[in-house]
Design a protein around this ligand. Structure first.
Ligand code: HXC
Length: 510
């Protein structure tokens, strides 16, 4: 009996060693943790339940029958993050470069199926040379099975991808279909075709880092939602994110104990908006002053900085925030900011997370570059996302809210529930100067008349009261009381029920 027990431990020890000590040392030498070390850091101590530790591949080509490492290059199972269940897979680069065989994919599919059935998020740690070349189409079929499960799970359980090594070829499409992608600076990359193929086909010379490193994907392509200095920081931040999210689309996000006064008055907000309407101010200051304990988890911090997206808590409950940022491009809406915010709004709506929208927007960015690249369709994404969202929606206009952007940014007309405005708000078709130059074109040569017309327009429209008279704004509020007003609004909306008409699915402008 003792021998049998001992054999189990021996087999386990061998499996835990993955591709062997030399390869583990090489992995560490690159500043990377091993697949198992990553799982240990991600999950609560001692909570990991591993499955399929002894699974091996079935390939008999290219001498593979003589190389059948236990686990087949991926560690799978479930554990907890601050006591809440998550399923995890972590590719082991020390075993055949973490490459994906049919059985490797089958292990991933197994935990994805369990996650769907049991209603828990899936976190995938990617560190792989892609399709296992020796297996040919069997490997591609395995990827296909994973892709299909990504699609089925979308909007049912949160899916988070952490890229901690290579992720190339069609392999990038599984992370692409998950809700969030995080990368590690200087040790991870994602691309559809690598630098060598790029050189052959397009004659461009580019490094892997330039083509698909963390900086590229968080600043240029927006494929990734965040980049971190090293594996440890990335995993700690994923833990922090999971705390904001519900386990599935049938459960509410967790309520955390909070130590902040919900009625907290912030007098400094009364002077946040500068006297000069063209002077910027930092919208993040408002977000931090509304949030419980000034805690804000920003998503896509380095991309389209003219709009801010992320999570806060109010009275311990998760709220998604979308806010124009006057510090960058005056907070204008453009292709990138509309896409960024639309995806965030849709994530919140999928998972029942209420949305707070903070508005200071001069309109959509004009120009050929925007038009040629389809700002009409991309801008419509945000409009569509807000209009279809049935979660509680509270909006605060702090200053400008002009034109189409007024309607898009969670206006009353898109079924926002509570719309507040600060006294400094200007809700109009456009700014006073532009408006005057159009409706009083005949007086353009007369500076005095134009100044008088501009002042008249400002008097009439550069305030929140015209909109408030029509009920498009529910209340004009004191900036200092914003936290309290917003928190009370969301509290009143906790039992909100809103249905969409029956449809198979909508046809959002993609
Ligand atoms: C089998 C692989 C492998 C793969 C790496 N290895 N990738 N084995 N299939 N795809 C093995 C290597 O042979 C090596 O084994 C070990 O993993 C470590 O690889 P190295 O090359 O020594 O490591 P490194 O120098 O760090 O380079 C990592 C790498 C490189 C950049 C990922 O290995 C590489 O280019 N691999 C091939 C990538 C690729 O073309 N994959 C297919 C993409 S197409 P030994 O025993 O020698 O140590 C694809 C399609 C998916 O994935 C489609 C989905 C629909």
């Amino acid at each position: 009996m003792k021998d049998i027990l001992q054999e189990l431990e021996t087999r386990r020890d061998a499996a835990r060693l993955g591709g062997g000590q030399n390869r583990i040392d090489a992995q560490h030498g690159r500043g990377k943790l091993t697949a198992r070390e990553r799982v240990e850091l991600l999950l609560d101590e001692g909570s990991f339940e591993e499955y399929d530790m002894f699974v091996t591949h079935r390939c008999t080509d290219f001498g593979m029958e003589n190389n059948r490492p236990a686990g087949d290059g991926v560690v799978t199972g479930w554990g907890t993050i601050n006591g809440r269940m998550v399923y995890v897979f972590s590719q082991d680069f020390t075993v055949l470069g973490g490459s994906v065989s049919a059985t490797h994919a089958m292990k991933i599919c197994k935990i994805m199926d369990m996650a769907m059935q049991n209603g828990a998020p899936v976190i995938g740690i990617n560190d792989s040379g892609g399709a296992r070349i020796q297996e040919g189409v069997d490997s591609l079929a395995g990827y296909g099975e994973v892709f299909q499960r990504n699609i089925m799970a979308s909007g049912v359980v949160p899916q988070i991808s952490v890229i901690m090594g290579p992720c190339a070829g069609g392999a990038v499409y599984s992370p692409a279909m998950t809700d969030f992608i995080f990368m590690v600076k200087d040790s991870s990359y994602m691309f559809v075709t690598g630098p060598d193929v790029v050189k052959t086909v397009t004659n461009e010379q580019v490094t892997a880092e330039e083509l698909g490193g963390a900086s590229t994907h968080t600043r240029k392509s927006s494929v990734a939602d965040g980049a971190f200095e090293n594996d440890v920081e990335a995993l700690a931040e994923v833990r922090r994110l999971v705390d904001y999210l519900p386990l599935n689309n049938r459960q509410a996000a967790p309520t955390r104990p909070f130590f902040d006064d919900v009625d907290r008055v912030e007098s400094s907000l009364d002077t946040l908006v500068p006297e000069n309407p063209n002077t910027p101010y930092d919208m993040k200051e408002l977000i931090l002053k509304i949030a419980d304990e000034a805690d804000f988890y920003e998503i896509q911090e380095d991309f389209a900085k003219n709009i801010i997206t992320g999570f806060i808590r109010l009275e311990g409950q998760t709220v998604g925030v979308v806010a124009n940022q006057p510090m960058v491009l005056a907070g204008v809406l453009d292709i990138d900011s509309a896409r960024k915010a639309a995806r965030f709004v849709r994530f919140c709506d999928c998972f029942g997370i209420p949305i707070l929208t903070l508005v200071d927007v001069p309109g959509f960015l004009p120009g050929t570059s925007q038009e040629y690249n389809g700002v009409i369709k991309h801008g419509a994404k945000l409009l569509f996302a807000y209009g279809e969202a049935t979660v509680p929606k509270v909006t605060v206009i702090t200053r400008k809210s002009y034109g189409g952007a007024y309607v898009v940014m969670a206006s009353k007309h898109l079924r926002a529930d509570v719309n507040y405005a600060w006294p400094t708000s200007e809700i109009a078709v456009m700014g006073a100067k532009g408006a005057t130059e159009i409706i009083h074109r005949a007086d353009l040569g007369d500076a005095d008349k134009i100044a008088a017309h501009t002042a008249e327009y400002e008097d009439r429209f550069a305030n929140p009261f015209v909109a408030a008279e029509r009920g498009f704004i529910d209340e004009v509020i004191q900036p200092r009381s914003t936290r309290k007003r917003v928190a009370r609004a969301f509290a009143a909306l906790r039992s909100k029920q809103q249905e969409m008409p029956w449809k198979k699915h909508d046809n959002i402008p993609l």
